[in-house]
Design a binder for this molecule. Structure first.
Ligand SMILES: Nc1ncnc2c1ncn2[C@@H]1O[C@H](COP(=O)(O)OP(=O)(O)O)[C@@H](O)[C@H]1O
Ligand SMILES: N[C@@H](CCC(=O)OP(=O)(O)O)C(=O)O
Length: 376
């Protein structure tokens, strides 16, 4: 039987497996950890655990803590190399904080540092998934962060919101709670007068995306509301409910779950687990632009054929992840390409029967087969 999808904040609080993400601004204030706040949050997490919910924590804060220890300006975010150095110093402290706080409730913290690459490669993704499963089976609480010290500019999440959504997918969680310094998504930047909290979002549309700004209010975090909406898109496609709630209050989890204050992004019924993984991948290496007829065919579940391609960009090889864009630049789909960029250039715009001459071998059935394509 297919489990029913979560439809309210109360149901999110009763999820069997939940990812709770804590932003830098909640954990760190003027370079110091907010220990009293963390202790209260952890007692709520322990309550969830007692109620039978398996909890995974995604915790930011390494860069902010490390920057303070090293005396770096701009919270350690002036350059990638400073962020990397700050993270490696701060992560030691962050891990100890979680280990001590969870330990006070007889819970064991398990550190998992992942890079974007770890979750983009299918084999490594499944490997991480197995580790989450084992840790939860053993009763530990995984505490996840990006491995900032080795991440490079191109291959990096940079924000822990999207990381939390990808972790939820890998760990088979039903829900994600992003704790931030606002009650949820407002219809415009909450610093503007008249901003209204949106309680439920049924599908992250371009109108919803337009509400968010990418600036972090505290200056400590990264990505702002825009990153949270990207996370919501990854989650909804994977059939996972995601909520944004305020972590600055006294009992953030019960305020969100019992009082229902926050924004809930409803999960959408999607394809297979593999398709959800593919749709959540974040680093395409090329772009194929298609004409209107092809865009319509893709929306109806067709494979991508060379005849509909009008432009090829990027340097990719067979099997790489590429984005499919409409003529006006909208991202329509992404998938694993059957040809290299060079081969795509050779057959662009051609029907199947004319491709063999250009390729020098019998053409494949499609440029991206529909089994390896996710319409976004
Ligand atoms: N439409 C919006 N709704 C809510 N918050 C928004 C919106 N647009 C911009 N923001 C800003 O995004 C901030 C949250 O992002 P961020 O500071 O990165 O959080 P965190 O550090 O918790 O991850 C809010 O404090 C708010 O100032
Ligand atoms: N991995 C980084 C956190 C990334 C980040 O800034 O996230 P957030 O504070 O949630 O916007 C760190 O530990 O400092």
């Amino acid at each position: 039987m297919v489990a029913p999808l979560i439809a309210s904040l109360a149901e999110l609080g009763a999820a069997r497996r939940l990812v709770v993400k804590v932003g830098s601004s909640l954990l760190v204030e003027r370079g110091e950890p907010r220990k009293a706040w963390l202790a209260k949050l952890v007692s709520e997490l322990a309550g969830l655990r007692q109620a039978g919910c398996e909890v995974i924590v995604v915790s930011s804060g390494a860069i902010a803590l490390g920057a303070a220890r090293l005396g770096l300006k701009r919270g350690g975010r002036a350059s990638l190399s400073e962020a990397q150095a700050a993270a490696s110093v701060g992560q030691v402290e962050l891990a100890r904080l979680w280990s001590e706080s969870l330990g006070a409730h007889d819970l064991v913290a398990a550190q998992m540092l992942v890079t974007l690459d770890d979750l983009e490669d299918r084999r490594r993704y499944l490997n991480a998934a197995a580790t989450f499963e084992k840790l939860l089976e053993e009763g530990a609480v995984p505490v996840v962060n990006e491995n900032d010290s080795v991440a490079t500019e191109e291959i990096r999440f940079g924000d822990n919101d999207r990381l939390a959504a990808r972790v939820a997918q890998a760990a088979g969680a039903q829900g994600v709670l992003l704790l931030s310094d606002v009650d949820g998504l407002y219809d415009r930047d909450p610093r503007e007068a008249g901003a209204t909290l949106i309680e439920t979002v049924d599908g992250v549309t371009p109108e919803i995306l337009a509400m968010a700004s990418a600036t972090s209010s505290s200056g400590l975090g990264s990505g702002g509301m825009a990153a949270k909406l990207e996370a919501a898109r990854i989650a909804e496609r994977a059939g996972i409910a995601l909520a944004i709630a305020n972590g600055t209050v006294d009992a953030p989890l019960s305020r969100a779950f019992a009082q229902g204050i926050g924004t809930l992004f409803l999960p959408q019924r999607g394809g297979s687990a593999r398709q959800a993984w593919l749709g959540g991948r974040l680093a395409p290496v090329g772009v194929l632009t298609v004409d209107a007829g092809c865009a319509e065919a893709l929306a109806n579940g067709a494979s991508l054929l060379a005849a509909g391609i009008t432009e090829v960009n990027g340097d990719f090889r067979r099997g790489d992840l590429v984005s499919v864009h409409s003529a006006n630049g909208d991202r329509l789909a992404q998938g694993l390409v059957e040809y290299s960029a060079e081969e795509c250039h050779a057959i662009i715009g051609l029907k199947q029967d004319r491709q063999g001459d250009k390729l020098g071998y019998a053409p494949r059935a499609a440029v991206i087969h529909r089994d390896h394509l996710v319409y976004l």
